[in-house]
Design a protein around this ligand. Structure first.
Ligand code: TPP
Ligand code: MG
Length: 907
């Protein structure tokens, strides 16, 4: 049987009739038998394709003549690949079993030892125990390592199965016993192993953080699509490399898990393989006690156009199924709910006989030759390497759509009384001596009882058959995996020239920072050095940001090209889709766009390609909505630029509560290696992006950027002399006071669009109240905050040495007068750097919900406009005894401030 046939025929299930009720009162048995026989004869004489065609015709005909056929996306509850179509297992099954047992032992030992030392340290035994075969078949036969000549397969390992991966790496000699001993104890001398896959913590080992469930399915989908994008654009060779994602069945309840599954079938991503470990259990109990998670997932994935391969029953079931000529067993298999199945796992052979087979004497007859013990040990598909191998091979060879393998397993497999199949098994991390000995015996680990009690890590000798086999298999697959390797080279060249024009300002023309950014993007796209590496990503928002001109110039990526004439073909900026299009227009999915951002920003490691992603989106739908993906990107050392568009709570007019962003810069504080900027002017953005590309792609720093851009139009000034350093560090004096020697002095701090309000206030204060103010553009409160903390920390740890001065303190050391900050974000943003300022800071900000309104009204409502900045400055001077109360009262009247207005924070 060649492989083509296997993939083509796996949906044609010889026993398809068993999904229908066996007894139907009005059916003449003979008549039905005739139909079945004639189908069988077509199958035999003309093959499955013809048989399938006839059935399709019959279905269509039935519809025409008015027969209402119920829709079902399910196939019977049996293996998708029947035993007759199973390929031969190419490996040495016995050796693989022994290697797997050793890996099982060390994985469990690692967790048990860690918890003997410190019972609070945690870890998981049961997840890997259930998925060991799923991984080992992959390691021995499928997962190809990344080498200099081949990109390698990309594997997303289920986070809680991490001990299994560590254990294998230990047996392979890549991790030391000390490393294993320090599982979840990374701060111990000699280093330890992180609880879960975290590239930040183990940058030479893990590639993808997967333990926040639901992220890896979506990330892997967009990774698979991005691989195709790179190929279509000539940035990497076309290969048959696969993206494997190992998921839990409980994990599929996360909306992100199934939320993007129509994309890979639409895009024909046959480079994508999901393996869902269906142990029917999650943390608390059954995933679907009253239903069947496997059937539910099958219909969801089939409905979405995936190739679904069910691996439910092990080889021991094959002869029993063979004897089931009436389809009774298949029917019985399909009617059990998962809660009952779970009960069978923990029950005796006699119980299985009585409760599973005992419902019909004909079923009992099928298993008559089997002893109770044999009945109990009938394996499930996910624990049978032959079945798993067949599924992986079919998935590997399948063409035209992604594949999902639904593998049935037992949670805590092999733990016996200690937890196999029990509801508490997920959190089992301690095995007592007896349980350990049982586990040892079950998996034939060569340890005496006494040795076993010490829970040693076990590795066969280098010249053992096991070690030779294991090494030979991995060598054949290109080396060890998981392994993170950065293969990209530094970007050459100097980008200062590219951005130079933006230092000159807009010569009075009113533009927004978004427009300025798009101008820069356009220039970058044309640049011979970096143009091809730029990846613009938008979630159906290009027009919002004025990017539609790019549709035409660089095209929108579409694997299908453009099969239609666009409605606006006669316009200059028509909607151009192309096979080598550069823009990733993701539609309304910030999560999906972030998936692309992650794939593109991580390509320097996965593919050795320095793609530079620019993901622009409504800033409110970033951290707030998809913060966990941004956190994962940070962990992965992703590089690139996130652009929070239409930013600022009072700058985005007319929208209201769910659009107007006053918090993204607060949330950006939470991501340690993210630099966050709130620039006001084009030259600031130019300096930040130019330096960002240098730091990330030339210096190889593990940072990425968040830059807010606004849609308010105003004239872009030219760059003040010497501003560059301050722009990057977080603040610089944008406009000095006209008469610095004046008696009444102030320092005004603004950022983003609110900087212009500070500039206006500077003028009002000077003209009407004789107060001379310097205006500072605070481009990054986050950078100033980090610098202040870092300086404090250094000083604390080095008291005897010359004390360092925070940047904020340094630049303000000769700045006289009162201090007032105004922000389009929460007041806490300016407040967090006030302790490094020379004097008290008055902060204005946009705490509170908000309103659908125009900018002027909003800035009045939130009290952040030039009038309120003026008032706050005068109030500070009054508090310092520098001006009379009457000046303040007059100002309130002159500025038209309603002192009884509602409080924006609580209204
Ligand atoms: C987003 C998220 N929510 C909750 C958890 C906590 N958690 C860890 S494992 C687990 C159960 C996993 O069940 P399943 O996906 O079926 O995996 P299994 O261990 O059964 O293979 C839960 C709830 C998490 N890691 N991530
Ligand atoms: Mg599960």
């Amino acid at each position: 049987m060649d492989n083509e046939t296997i993939t083509q025929t796996q949906h044609v299930e010889p026993k398809l009739d068993t999904e229908l009720p066996l007894e139907s009162p009005n059916l003449d048995g003979e008549e039905i038998q005739e139909w079945l026989e004639s189908l069988d004869s077509v199958l035999q004489s003309s093959g499955p394709e013809v048989a399938s065609y006839i059935l399709e015709r019959l279905r269509a005909h039935a519809k025409v003549v008015g027969i209402d056929l119920p829709f079902t996306a399910n196939t019977p509850y049996v293996n998708s690949i029947p035993a007759s179509m199973q390929p031969a297992f190419p490996g040495n099954q016995e050796l693989e079993r022994r290697i797997k047992s050793i890996i099982r032992w060390n994985a469990a030992a690692m967790v048990v030892r860690a918890n003997r030392e410190d019972g609070s340290i945690g870890g998981h035994i049961s997840t890997f125990a259930s998925s060991a075969t799923l991984y080992e078949v992959g390691f021995n036969h499928f997962f190809r390592a990344r080498t200099d000549d081949f990109e390698g397969d990309t594997v997303y390992f289920q986070g809680h199965a991490a001990p299994g991966m560590y254990s294998r790496a230990f047996v392979e000699g890549r991790l030391s016993p000390e490393n294993l001993q320090n599982f979840r104890r990374e701060l111990k001398p000699g280093g330890g192993l992180s609880s879960y896959p975290h590239p930040w913590l183990m940058p030479n080992f893990w590639e993808f953080p997967t333990v926040s469930m639901g992220l890896s399915p979506l990330m892997s989908i967009y990774q698979a699509r991005f691989a195709r994008y790179l190929e279509a654009r000539g940035l990497k060779p076309k290969t048959d490399a696969k993206i494997w994602a190992f998921l839990g069945d409980g994990e599929t309840d996360e909306p992100e898990s199934l939320g993007a599954i129509t994309l890979p079938s639409r895009e024909k991503l046959d480079n994508l393989i999901f393996v869902i470990n269906c142990n029917l259990q999650r943390l608390d109990g059954p995933v679907r006690g009253n239903g069947q998670i496997i059937q539910e997932l099958e219909s969801a994935f089939r409905g979405a156009g995936w190739n679904v391969i069910k691996v439910l029953w092990g080889s021991e079931w094959d002869p029993i199924l063979e004897r089931d000529t009436e389809g009774l067993l298949v029917k019985r298999m399909g009617e059990m709910v998962d809660g009952e199945y779970q009960k069978l796992v923990v029950s005796s052979g006699a119980y299985v006989r009585e409760h599973f087979f005992g419902t019909d004497p004909r079923l009992l007859k099928l298993v008559e030759p089997l002893s109770d013990d044999e009945l109990r040990r009938l394996r499930l598909g996910g624990h049978d390497p032959r079945k798993v191998y067949a599924a992986y091979k079919a998935a590997f060879e399948h063409r035209g759509s992604p594949t999902v393998i639904l593998a049935r397993t037992i949670k805590g497999y092999g733990l016996g009384e200690a937890g196999e199949g029990k509801n508490v098994t997920h959190q089992q991390k301690k095995l007592n001596e007896e349980e350990l000995r049982e586990f040892r015996t079950r998996f034939a680990i060569p340890l005496s009882d006494e040795q076993c009690d010490q829970v040693p890590f076990y590795r066969p000798t280098e010249d053992s058959e096991e070690m030779r086999y294991l090494r030979e298999r991995r060598e054949a697959l290109g080396g060890y995996t998981p392994q993170r390797r950065v293969r990209s080279k530094q970007l050459p060249g100097n980008l200062e020239e590219l951005f130079k024009e933006f230092a000159e300002g807009s010569a009075g023309r009113e533009v927004s920072t978004t427009m300025a950014f798009v101008g820069m993007l356009r220039k970058m796209l044309k640049d011979p050095e970096i143009g091809h590496l730029v990846v613009p990503i938008v979630p159906d928002e290009a027009r919002t940001f004025g990017m539609e001109s790019l549709f035409r110039t660089v095209g929108i990526y579409s694997s299908a090209g453009q099969k239609y004439e666009p409605v606006d073909v006669n316009t200059l900026l028509y909607y151009k889709e192309a096979k080598d299009g550069q823009i990733l227009e993701e539609g309304i999915t910030e999560a999906g766009s972030m998936g692309s951002f992650i794939a593109a920003g991580n390509a320097y490691a996965t593919y050795g390609v320095n793609t530079i992603p620019f993901f622009i989106y409504y800033s409110m739908f970033g951290f707030q909505r998809i913060g966990d993906f941004i956190w994962a990107a940070a962990d992965m050392r992703v590089r690139g630029f996130l652009l929070g568009g239409t930013a600022g709570r009072t700058t985005l007019a007319g929208e209201g509560l769910q659009h107007q962003d006053g918090n993204s810069h607060i949330l950006a504080l939470t991501v340690p290696n993210l630099l966050a900027y709130d620039p006001a002017y084009a030259f600031e953005i130019a300096v930040i992006i130019e330096d960002g590309i240098r730091r990330m792609y030339k210096e190889g720093e593990n940072i990425f950027y968040y830059i807010t851009v606004m849609n308010e139009n105003y004239a872009m000034p030219s760059m003040p002399e010497g501003a560059r350093e301050g722009i990057l560090k977080g603040m610089y004096r944008f406009r000095a006071a006209a008469s610095p020697k004046a008696k009444l002095r102030a320092q005004l701090f603004g950022s983003g669009a609110i900087l212009n309000e500070a500039v206006k206030a500077q003028q009002i204060l000077s003209e009407k109240y004789g107060v001379e103010a310097d205006v500072w553009s605070v481009t990054s409160y986050k950078s100033l905050y980090m610098d202040g903390n870092e300086t404090d920390r250094w000083n604390r740890l080095h008291p005897g040495e010359k004390q360092r001065v925070p940047y904020v303190t340094e630049v303000l050391k000769n700045a006289p007068g009162v201090l007032v900050a105004a922000s389009d974000y929460l007041k806490t943003l300016p407040n967090m750097i006030s302790k490094w300022m020379p004097r008290r800071l008055a902060s204005l900000g946009t705490d509170g919900f908000g309103r659908s309104e125009g900018r002027t009204s909003l800035r009045n409502f939130f009290e952040v406009d030039s009038r309120f900045i003026t008032l706050a400055t005068l109030h500070e001077l009054y508090s310092d005894g520098k001006i009379e109360k009457s000046v303040l009262d007059k100002a309130v009247a002159d500025l038209g401030i309603d002192t009884n207005k509602s409080n924006p924070v609580t209204s």
